[in-house]
Ligand binder design. Sequence first.
Ligand SMILES: [Zn+2]
Length: 356
Amino acid sequence: MKEKLEKEVSSVRETLTKKLSEIQDKRSILRAPELRALYDRISDLEPQDKAAFGQAVNALKNELTSLVNSDEQETLEPIDVTAPFGVNVKEANRHKLLSPSLGSIHPISSELKLISEIFLSMGFNVVESREIDDDFHMFSSLNFPEGHPARDDYDTFMLDQKDDAGRPLIAPAHTSTMQNRILHQYSNNLEKGMPIAAVIPGRVFRNEDLDARHEHTFYQVEGIYVSESVSIGNLIATLKTFLMSYFGKDSLEVKTQPFYFPFTEPSLEFSMSCPFCDNKGCRICSYSGWIELLGCGVIHPNVLKAANIDSARYSGYAWGMGVDRLIMMKKGVEDVRLFHSGRLEFLRQFSPGDSK
Ligand SMILES: [Zn+2]
């Protein structure tokens, strides 16, 4: 390329580099008339000069572009996309943020976590429940035949939507709706000589008349254990071990009395000695020394059969434990409706650092 042409390019380079340091809108340099004039020159050149001149002008444009880009990178601070205000908003104009210390984990959430951890340490899996289910899982798979009167005991909420069999979907009235799924999910365990062992914390719904002891929405922790040669003694020992750990007691007395559920045989009502007065009698145990806790029993063979488990070879136990009442006793909550009330003065009692 002729020297004259080289000089033309380097002169524009000098002019524009200087200009770039002076202007605010750096990117406008790429549209500078001096640069455009160089491009316009190409068509007037001798054929032998065109290619080399064109390349030199393109090189200049690239050089300016990278200067503009690097300048933008220098002036733009990295953005914290999680920040609740723009990074350039002055401190005085920013929204006031609430201190995290004003919040607290809901007592039901923190106790469900604690309960799950205790059962995990005892070798149980923890499986999440669900909040819409069907007639099969609520009743049929649990040995409630069609028209069984015990179906009415659950005051079950029905949905307008129907399942594939044309029956209304339901809001589960107990966490036992998960038993059939758990038995299927872990049935391979049995072939490997391992037990099926799971707890299922979940929210359940019943059409109850509301008062200080009854809510339409509450929590249960279901437990299910299946293996070879399981006895009712295993069930009682498991629950007793859990309760001693949960209430931080070295010893607890438990007692059972016969009950009826279609999905366990025998079925038991399970009580523990009051951990607050050590069986002496106090306000929490209504001065009886005992607290009636949950329903449990040996899994009915029909429930195992509904999950294709050989009920002649395997047996198991299950329980359904109400969580709200357990927490009410432990935390001294007198009205179950407070849990869903959203009242700050109630929730703040459980803020971090509160050992209550
Ligand atoms: Zn007591």
